[in-house]
Ligand binder design. Structure first.
Ligand SMILES: Nc1nc2c(c(=O)[nH]1)N[C@H]1C(S)=C(S)[C@@H](COP(=O)(O)OP(=O)(O)OC[C@H]3O[C@@H](n4cnc5c(=O)[nH]c(N)nc54)[C@H](O)[C@@H]3O)O[C@H]1N2
Ligand SMILES: Nc1nc2c(c(=O)[nH]1)N[C@H]1C(S)=C(S)[C@@H](COP(=O)(O)OP(=O)(O)OC[C@H]3O[C@@H](n4cnc5c(=O)[nH]c(N)nc54)[C@H](O)[C@@H]3O)O[C@H]1N2
Ligand SMILES: [Mo]
Length: 713
């Protein structure tokens, strides 16, 4: 909110004063600090500057370019997860009416592995818990998530759960402050008080070890049940009724986990058998378990299998569809879940497309569109010529920065609907447009009335909101306005879709959502209720599982252990406290003790010694990919840190040049941002040729980063 409410402005004087080349040489951090963009601008082919353009002309130019493409599939319509349901619904409708399913979104890099695994196993790609469930859980497992920094409001829910007697198990390579040195930043006491541990048990797992961990926990639970049954108490560890009544595949799963190779488990997790047994005991003695996870689980090669293994362990104890229990993938952007519900998906299911056809009278394209990684490939290969970004910062957020930047530069037209400047505005197509949008905190008077928009949270709750603040400029338009105006310019009255009516009153969009989107009947009326409404979730509501098998599905996955060659480290890329994804607010990471610098790499003390490095040394990070190619991110400072041996960590997006485009999760195509094999070399021991455009990924190049030793162990 504070970032959006800045009084600084990026106006026509700003663009006249700063050439394109100058802006291209600035860091993401600097670009973001310049303020709110006040009016639409264009950079024409070869021009030295962005210059103002009237809205009408901008829409005309985009429409002309789109309409002269050889195929609608040469256009890509990306979405970041802030877009409201009304804007998202209109946007996907526009893309499909134009003729393409190329609707990649930030989910493709985020919880896609979750969505794939949950859809296959429980029949719906969303989490099953409410806040009430968290308050009432006996055990809360938090895997691969750093709530203290990334989901601070969740700490309040966890604190309440603890007061109600819940135990918390943290599974994380790092001893993250919010979980292990807890000071609730949401309460005055927390701000000033001394932190206590929120987690009862912390498993400092090796990066990528979770598949092995959950298979081992599964094996131990099956054993404990056998012991209990032999003692005449069957069903005390596993929920045999639930397994019999609601699931399929138990036997194959149980066989698979009982055969688990414990040596492999200990290598993959870096944990002791005692630590894993202690965790299994916590599961066994809990009657109501909530399992939460985020990017530490989803951004690995084996991520889909890992989420499925988390599901197996939940199913075997019947921890779904009952109070105080469930699966809780914690999302990132405020409306990333809602965008997917509204049809922002390159692989929308047939029933959704059928509903569009029934409501709007045209047959939308049926073949799958491009996701984020495939969009980059298509631009790189000259198969996609127009990139349209609804929010977000595609160039900085995506993997393989050098490849992605080249791909973006090779397009004919890039358009970004944005609030502030970012890297994607200066690594752009032959012609580039920036269309400035209202933020969600700003009053939206489109059509002369005060418009509201709706969003959906991680718990499937939908509610409406209105922005309270005065817009940063009277030139700004809402995302809905931008989509509908562009649709009118591009499609005219093709199919008779009522774009003008959508634009003048968003209630009209809500009436269409009601007819097209499952679970949204009477949408306009229901969002008017105080607090909104909760979308249906069959497993949560009635233990109904709309899978192919008609039941919840146990799955048996092979134990896929990443082999890290001698002398190499497994790098995970994480967020600091002072950033929201690619927007950098400041150069500190208070809970990890980092000050005034982001180009740091966290390395275990023994690795520092074994690799003949030293604390504070300047190093280059070089990733090694299976095809023999190498990528470099230069100039990082070594910080000795409490991370499992063999596992390193550094911030995103500075490390994105290291993630090979082809390194993605099996089954979800999510970039493996949490497991990259690297070697660490003294800086300047190799020629400086790679590392993206060099500037954008170096938010603090030249700054000395101070490390506060109190925060390190
Ligand atoms: N302040 C702030 N809030 C944010 C964001 C932000 O950038 N800044 N981003 C938003 C978005 S889009 C998202 S998706 C969420 C992301 O929220 P998180 O997923 O919490 O974000 P990351 O910083 O990527 O942290 C991943 C966590 O997983 C751990 N981890 C890494 N690898 C493994 C592993 O192999 N196994 C296990 N068990 N743990 C592992 C890391 O140590 C780290 O604690 O946050 C959202 N909220
Ligand atoms: N290496 C590595 N890469 C990652 C990740 C990782 O953990 N490691 N995480 C991935 C994840 S989880 C995600 S979600 C993606 C994030 O990918 P994106 O969603 O593409 O990136 P953001 O940085 O969230 O986008 C920020 C930009 O959005 C624009 N913006 C902000 N508010 C608004 C608004 O209200 N309206 C409009 N129209 N624009 C607005 C601003 O111009 C701002 O510069 O990154 C992914 N990339
Ligand atoms: Mo995300």
């Amino acid at each position: 909110m504070a970032e959006e409410a800045t009084l600084l402005r990026v106006d026509s004087e700003f663009f006249a004063a700063h050439s394109f080349d100058e802006l291209a040489g600035r860091t993401d951090y600097w670009l973001g600090q310049q303020g709110r963009i006040t009016h639409p601008v264009i950079r024409r082919p070869g021009a030295t500057h962005y210059e103002p353009i009237a809205w009408h002309d901008a829409f005309g130019l985009i429409a002309d370019t789109l309409n002269t493409l050889a195929s609608p599939d040469e256009a890509i319509f990306y979405t970041s997860g802030k877009t409201s349901n009304e804007a998202a619904f209109s946007y996907q409708l526009f893309a499909r009416a134009f003729g393409t399913n190329n609707l990649p979104d930030c989910s493709n890099m985020c919880h896609e592995s979750t969505s794939m695994a949950l859809a296959e196993t429980i029949g719906i790609g969303k989490g099953s818990v409410s806040l009430e469930d968290i308050y009432n859980a006996e055990l809360i497992v938090i895997c691969g998530q750093n709530p203290g920094t990334n989901h601070p409001r969740m700490l309040t829910a966890l604190e309440k759960a603890k007061q109600n007697g819940a135990k918390i198990l943290a599974v994380n390579p790092l001893a993250e402050a919010g979980l292990l040195r807890f000071k609730n930043p949401q309460t005055p006491r927390g701000l000033s008080g001394v932190g206590t541990g929120l987690a009862d048990v912390h498993l400092p797992i090796k990066v990528n070890g979770d598949l092995a961990l959950f298979q081992a926990i599964g094996a131990l639970l099956v054993d404990k049940e056998a012991t209990a049954a032999a003692a005449g108490r069957p069903g005390t560890v596993l929920d045999l009724d639930f397994i019999a009544d609601h699931t399929t595949g138990y036997d194959a799963w149980a066989r698979n986990v009982r055969a688990v190779d414990w040596d492999a488990v200990l290598v993959a997790t870096g944990l002791t058998r005692e630590q894993i047994e202690r965790a299994a005991d916590m599961f066994a003695s809990s009657g109501r378990t909530v399992t939460c996870w985020a990017m530490g689980i989803t951004q690995h090669r084996n991520a889909v299998a890992t989420v499925k293994e988390i599901v197996n362990v939940a199913l075997v104890q019947g921890n779904i569809g009952k109070p105080g229990a469930g699966l809780c993938p914690v999302r990132g952007h405020s409306n990333v879940q809602g965008d997917r519900t509204m049809g922002i998906w390159e692989r929308a299911p047939a029933h959704f497309l059928d509903a569009i056809q029934a409501e709007f009278g045209f047959d939308p394209p049926r073949e799958d569109g491009l996701d984020t990684v495939d969009s980059i490939r298509a631009m790189r290969d000259g198969k996609a010529r127009v990139f349209f970004g609804m929010g977000g910062n595609f160039v900085s957020a995506t993997p393989d920065t050098v490849v992605t930047e080249e791909a973006m530069r090779s397009t004919k037209l890039t358009v970004h609907v944005s609030t502030k400047l970012n890297r994607s505005h200066v690594v752009c197509g032959e012609t580039a447009l920036i269309l400035p949008a209202l933020g969600r905190s700003e009053k939206d008077l489109t059509g002369g009335i005060e418009q509201r928009v709706t969003v959906e949270d991680s718990m499937s709750a939908v509610h409406a909101s209105k922005g309270p603040l005065r817009p940063a400029s009277d030139q700004l338009r809402s995302e809905v306005d931008i989509v509908c105006s562009l649709a009118l310019a591009t499609l005219g009255d093709r199919y008779g879709i009522p774009w003008a009516g959508f634009r003048s009153d968003y209630t009209n969009i809500r009436h269409s959502i009601a007819k097209v989107v499952p679970g949204c009947n009477a949408y306009a009326e229901k969002v008017d209720r105080p607090g909104g409404f909760v979308l249906p979730h069959p497993p949560r509501d009635s233990r109904t599982f709309a899978t192919k098998q008609g039941a919840a599905v146990f799955t048996a996955s092979p134990l896929d252990v990443l082999h890290v060659p001698e002398g190499r480290l497994l790098l995970q890329t994480i967020r600091s406290h002072d950033q929201f994804n690619t927007t950098i607010y400041g150069l500190d990471d208070r809970y990890r003790g980092i000050k005034n610098g982001r180009r740091v790499v966290f390395v275990h003390r023994e690795d520092v010694a074994e690799l003949a490095l030293h604390e504070g040394q300047q190093v280059d990070l070089i990733s090694e990919w299976t095809d023999g190619s190498e990528r470099c991110a230069p100039d990082f400072r070594v910080v000795t840190y409490d991370t499992p041996k063999g596992c390193a960590a550094a911030y995103y997006p500075e490390t994105n040049p290291l993630v090979p485009l082809d390194s993605t999760a099996l089954g979800s195509n999510c970039p493996t941002s949490k497991s990259i094999i690297i070697r660490v070399e003294p800086a300047a021991s190799r020629p400086r040729s790679s590392g993206g455009s060099g500037h954008g990924v170096g938010a603090d190049r030249g700054h000395k980063s101070d490390v506060d030793p109190d925060h390190l162990s």
